[in-house]
Design a protein around this ligand. Structure first.
Ligand SMILES: NC(=O)C1=CN([C@@H]2O[C@H](COP(=O)(O)OP(=O)(O)OC[C@H]3O[C@@H](n4cnc5c(N)ncnc54)[C@H](OP(=O)(O)O)[C@@H]3O)[C@@H](O)[C@H]2O)[C@@H](O)CC1
Ligand SMILES: [K+]
Length: 530
């Protein structure tokens, strides 16, 4: 499903009205009706009491439709308006007048405490305070009412987005409603899907409010939720070369886990032939745990990291591979970092950079000349940074990134001509052409050492299984998250390690081929349609 920014939703709204002739009043009616239908799925309406909080924009207008629809179904209501109702315009003003003429109890709330008795006695709350028109931090009366709503312990249905969550970023602007369910309109907004906004929304529902698919499913909308891709069938007569040859340039003294997890995950996720180029002194340590990997011992620096002198041999090796991963556990030794920077420009195979590889190249990218050369690299480049590494790559602070994750990602992908996986809860996969996919598999138990190394090999394996590089990256992110979810099912999120994620990769790939069981399908389809 596509996901929209606030500006894109405004444009769709305008197009629905102006191009397709759907009156604003109908759109608002559809929105309020859809919200009412979601409430009806969760609870009986007749005989129950609802506290409805409306702002003075169109989000509040939607709330007034909900009030009328609940009233029609026998619900009892307390409707509060925060602000001057004279500010309602267009459809919202019409719905305000209708609510008045129906004799609904509509109160302009001047003091937050005035809502307390209704919150104490109601059965559910409707939050129609602020939608996509949120422009600044929530303070004063709005903030106090939101605090009362959150303290009420009642089920909360948020209209479009939990009030206080920024529709473009998912960030909380001061304070925000914690909802039980959110009904969003047209398409889910970015803020409905990115944390913390996603976590605040509860169960997420969307109504297309009669927009035609030509509007909400347009190819030009660049942001979407990742849908699992089908893997090409495994040729029965395939040999290990058929399933990809991947080279991992990884490891240094005292970094044995990262190279092992990276290379082993390639094999566990279905890849054919894993070669690991690591400094010679560390190879025996890794071989002790992973003898299914083919080792290519390299000359080491005094510190036990990869020596610069390996460059030509490594380049020659890469030329015989299908995919290269460079970075896991390479260390920050300057000689090695220089080697990585130069290899990152020259390797003529799809190249994934992670961990210390990202740090090395980030230093290079700060220089305009290097950046120009990197953009023109002879084959696709992929970065898999967590937020801190993304900050290093872009020269921005983590706060700046969080304040606008999608746009920053789009900008970086275009700037570096690279595919970037920004890891975290709901990882993002960005492409140089502006597309961004939101991944919904995975869990917080995966925030553990080595988990990122497993991701690198999983992505490499997806190319080995026959997906083109751009699809392999997002499918790899999905499969990695699925393996993490299977590990969490088996042992709980708290104590799981990268080893457990690795161990569940075969089952994850098998489920991708056979089809996900209904409970996982339900979990990953994070948006329900109404
Ligand atoms: N998608 C669609 O096609 C459809 C969309 N629809 C609905 O329209 C909604 C968008 O409506 P919208 O543009 O009127 O904005 P909305 O969210 O009501 O907020 C504006 C008001 O909030 C105020 N305000 C802002 N920040 C504030 C703060 N921090 N603290 C306090 N106040 C603050 C601002 O005040 P001002 O800045 O002017 O002082 C203004 O009064 C959308 O979310 C969806 O529900 C449906 O009707 C169906 C069709
Ligand atoms: K809202």
């Amino acid at each position: 499903m596509k996901v929209s920014t606030v500006a894109e939703m405004r444009a769709m709204d305008r197009a629905a009205i102006e191009e397709y002739g759907i009156p604003e009043l109908l759109l608002m009616e559809n929105a309020g009706l859809a919200a009412c239908q979601v409430i009806e799925r969760r609870m009986e309406i007749a005989g129950h009491t609802f506290a409805i909080f409306c702002g003075v924009g169109n989000n509040g207008g939607d709330g007034l439709v909900v009030a009328r629809q609940l009233h029609a179904r026998g619900g009892r209501l307390h409707v509060f308006i925060l602000g001057d109702p004279d500010r309602y315009q267009g459809a919202a003003a019409v719905n305000y007048q209708a609510a008045r003429r129906l004799g609904l109890e509509v109160v302009r709330l001047e003091q937050a405490d005035g809502a307390v008795p209704a919150l104490a006695t109601c059965d559910a709350v409707v939050d129609a305070l602020l939608g996509t028109g949120l422009t600044r931090d929530v303070t004063g009366l709005y903030a106090a009412v939101i605090a009362h709503i959150n303290a009420s312990g009642k089920p909360v249905f948020s209209i479009d987005i939990p009030s206080g969550v920024n529709g473009d970023t998912g960030q909380v602007m001061g304070v925000a409603v914690q909802a039980t369910a959110t009904i969003t309109f047209g398409l889910p907004k970015v803020g409905n899907l990115l944390y913390p906004g996603y976590g605040l929304g509860g169960e997420l529902w969307v109504s297309h409010i009669s927009f035609p698919p030509a509007l909400y499913d347009r190819a030009e909308l660049p942001i979407a939720i990742h849908t699992p891709l089908s893997l090409p069938p495994r040729p029965p007569d395939g040999h290990k070369g058929t399933f990809g040859q991947a080279l991992f340039i990884a490891g240094a003294a005292n970094y044995y886990g990262a190279p092992y997890y990276a290379a082993a995950s390639f094999l566990r996720a279905g890849g054919g032939y894993a070669r690991l180029a690591a400094p010679a002194p560390v190879v025996p340590h890794i071989a002790a745990v992973g003898n299914e990997i083919v080792f290519l011992p390299q000359a080491a620096t005094d510190a036990g990291s990869l020596a610069y002198g390996n460059k030509e041999e490594l380049l020659e090796l890469c030329g015989r591979m299908d995919f290269v991963v460079m970075g896991p556990g390479l260390s920050l030794h300057e000689e090695t970092q220089q080697l990585v920077r130069e290899l990152a420009l020259a390797i003529d195979r799809p190249l994934l950079l992670d961990g210390d590889g990202i740090t090395a190249v980030a230093h290079g990218l700060a220089d305009e000349g290097y950046r120009v050369a990197f953009r023109q690299a002879p084959a696709p480049r992929i970065f898999t940074p967590h937020l801190g590494e993304m900050a290093r790559l872009t020269g921005l602070s983590t706060a700046q990134l969080l304040a606008d994750r999608i746009q920053r990602l789009q900008h970086a992908c275009a700037d570096f001509n690279a595919i970037i996986v920004l890891k975290g809860a709901h990882s993002l996969v960005g492409y140089p052409d502006g597309r961004v996919f939101i991944n919904t598999s995975g869990n917080s138990g995966m925030a553990t050492a080595g988990s990122g190394d497993v991701l690198t090999g999983t992505i490499a394996a997806m190319t080995g299984l026959g997906l083109p590089v751009d699809e392999a990256v997002r499918q790899g992110v999905f499969v990695h998250g699925l393996a993490g979810d299977l590990a969490a099912q088996a042992m709980g999120e708290d104590g799981m390690t990268a080893r457990d994620v690795l161990a569940h990769l075969p089952q994850a790939v098998r489920l991708c081929r056979q089809g996900l069981p209904p409970e996982l399908q339900h979990r990953y389809n994070v948006v329900r349609r109404v």
